[in-house]
Ligand binder design. Sequence first.
Ligand SMILES: *Cc1c(COP(=O)(O)O)cnc(C)c1O
Length: 330
Amino acid sequence: MVTLLEGNTPLLPAPRLAEATDPSLAIFLKCEGFNPTGSFKDRGMTMAMSKAVEAGSRAVICASTGNTSASAAAFAARAGLRAFVMVPRGSVALGKLSQAAIHGAKVLVVDGNFDQALDIVRRIAETHPVTLVNSVNPFRIEGQKTGAFEVVDQLGRAPDYHLIPVGNAGNITAYWRGYREYHRDGKMGSLPRMVGFQAAGAAPIYENRVIEEPRTVATAIKIGNPASWGPALEAVKDSRGWVDIVTDEEILRAYRMLAREEGIFMEPASAATVAGLVKIVKAGRIEPGSTLVLTLTGHGLKDPDTALESATRPTSVPASLDAVLAQLGL
Ligand SMILES: *Cc1c(COP(=O)(O)O)cnc(C)c1O
């Protein structure tokens, strides 16, 4: 088993978020940014990499909006495998790129978008001795469904709603599978409604069409043709949930709110879930008194540029007591 001891992430109550939306709600944050490489991708990668080793593979390949490449690079290092990763130019946060690089992956920056990069690596994996570790690899989904198991273990029941950002749509698929399996095994009495959020400029499932040039500040969900489109639709339909959209402005507002009011620094794609919460509560779509779990998919340190652009800039001062006091306004 190739592992970095991923999983077992905290399920944090979010009382300020409830106060700001509807105080009758019990809101919990599944903080997946606290995984070893800083995103939920590690849950799937331990499985994909272990199975690659079992099959005698010597190398892995993926296309990535960043976090898959960071995770693949780390687990490949752990396993002693080579990693090839392809990322779209200008669409990958600095922290993620630095992770792939330091773990020794061969990083190719493509002049194109994620969907084009995924198409290329899929074709390479069909014809060359490398294992594809994108979420089209079925072992990725199997690993990621442990997120749902943990939520039920931690909460002692299923939530009424599970809110989650949707990019390539593997994770919403995985959570729903996890919930269904736990339910079948008698570990929970009811099933949650799955609610997925796409960025308004990258909303193929919501708009029911491929988006040729997806646009959003939330680079981890900047995807125009999700690989798990069908299973994601099934998840929302079977669970009586839905897919909604949030604008970049709403995402960035939620991003700052989460950091300032709950002390949780998550990347913009994760904040899409919080933005979605604000939107659907305001729209009256959530039954008062409900229990909600929000998957916060990746850590805020992944994307320092967006954080600095979204907050008040640091102020420079001379090294004198008076100058510092003048700035503090105490
Ligand atoms: C991968 C990722 C997503 C999207 O997950 P999918 O399984 O592709 O839908 C969302 N947020 C972060 C931080 C991610 O790394």
